[in-house]
Design a protein around this ligand. Structure first.
Ligand code: NAD
Ligand code: UFG
Length: 345
């Protein structure tokens, strides 16, 4: 069973490749390495004993995509490739629409032409409207609030249209909540370029002294301690969800949408405290203004995935933070870390 993983050297894609290989799938990765490193391929081999095929290619290159589908006998596609920085999408909306929407359009065309009609797509909780009441279930009205989120919403709509026009398609739209953590080996993890946008990579860089303190965006939200609450999910649980969603595509046709979250929320302060406990370091922080566009609570109702896919998140916050910390300590400069430091705890 040969599957194409677009964006497979990225954070979530790389963890999913490991699950796929462990489950017996043969993996072809297509990635333009715009936000990832080729080193990931070596690390996947180190963990699984198998090296995935790798194509250094771009979804915007239609000819290259057609070639991929002609050369490899691909049964299904897990489509992770995309740009994902919310703030950047506000400043460069066309870049986001082009990469995420046109890229998916090209991919879907190449799939349609070669009769590959199974796709698992990386959507996001960001498609839900800020005005909805958490926990969000899959029927909660959508209303993405920024260009990045709207690219996800547009692709979701594109997938529905595709299926209505051709009922042979089987598509799973997975709405991730807040993926964090890293592979327990400490060999792969999140490797943001430049200043991190998200809470966890920011905290870990404060922990290793690369950044002086954490800015906490708002302490006057309507939550138990005033800081924002999110549904953090271990990236390995998320990866497992993809394999189950993929297997499910072999049993049915149509478009299915699933939240992948835990249903349990933690505040920014609770995350800080957990990291302090695990690392034994104090994390300096300052309260600052709320970040524009942030919601007070973002929480999944994950019941549909449990009922239909038999999927449930298993790893708790302590494990998420421990694995993140192991990755960060082993790889203080991400994949460009020259010398490996071995972490024992
Ligand atoms: P990532 O940036 O680590 O991985 C994305 C990969 O796609 C990168 O390796 C990048 O080089 C590649 N890529 C981007 N554009 C490409 C193109 N045109 N052609 C080929 N390769 C391209 O991001 P991630 O965190 O692993 O996210 C994976 C997917 O999940 C993305 O679609 C993202 O929008 C979505 N998602 C992520 C989060 C999150 O918090 N990480 C939350 C919800 C949804
Ligand atoms: N936060 C801080 N300081 C920081 C960074 C974040 O206080 O330096 C706070 C935020 O205000 C929020 C919480 O930490 O309350 C989590 O913020 P993140 O930026 O880590 O995550 P978001 O929930 O804002 O968004 C992430 C991804 C989106 C995705 C969404 C749901 O960035 O792309 O999760 O999956 F859509």
């Amino acid at each position: 069973m040969l599957v194409l993983v677009t964006g497979g050297t990225g954070y979530i894609g790389s963890h999913t490749c490991i699950e796929l290989i462990n489950e017996g799938f043969e993996v072809v990765i297509l990635d333009n390495l715009s936000n990832s490193s080729f080193e990931v391929i070596h690390r996947i081999k180190e963990i699984t004993g198998k090296k995935p095929h790798f194509i250094h290619g771009d979804l915007l290159d239609e000819k290259e995509l057609q070639k991929v589908f002609n050369v490899y006998d691909i049964e299904a596609v897990l489509h992770f490739a995309g740009l994902k920085a919310v703030g950047e999408s506000v400043h460069f909306p066309l870049r986001y629409y082009h990469n995420n929407v046109t890229g998916t359009l090209n991919l879907s065309k190449a799939m349609q032409e070669t009769g590959t009609k199974k796709m698992v797509f990386s959507s996001s909780a960001t498609v839900y409207s800020l005005h909805g009441t958490p926990p969000f279930n899959e029927e909660t009205p959508l209303g993405a609030m920024n260009p990045y989120g709207r690219t996800k919403q547009m692709v979701e709509e594109m997938m529905h249209d595709l299926y209505h026009a051709d009922p042979e398609w089987s598509i799973s739209l997975l709405r991730y909540f807040n993926p964090i953590g890293a592979h327990p080996s400490g060999l792969i993890g999140e490797d943001p370029q430049g200043l991190p946008n998200n809470l966890i990579p920011y905290i870990t860089q404060v922990c290793v002294g690369k950044l002086p303190y954490l800015n906490i965006y708002g302490n006057d939200y309507d939550t138990h301690d005033g800081t924002g609450v999110r549904d953090y999910i271990h990236v390995c649980d998320l990866a497992r969800g993809h394999v189950l969603a993929l297997k499910d595509l072999y049993n049915k046709r149509g478009v299915s949408t699933y939240n992948l979250g835990t249903g349990r929320g933690y505040s920014v302060m609770e995350i800080v405290e957990t990291f302090e406990r695990i690392t034994g370091n104090r994390i300096p922080y300052r309260f600052t203004e709320r970040r524009p566009g942030d919601i007070h609570v973002c929480l999944a109702d994950p019941n549909k995935a449990a009922l239909e896919l038999g999927w449930q998140a298993e790893k708790d916050l302590t494990e998420m933070c421990k694995d993140t910390w192991k990755w960060q300590k082993n790889n203080p400069d991400g994949y460009s870390t020259a010398k490996k430091v071995v972490v024992t705890s």
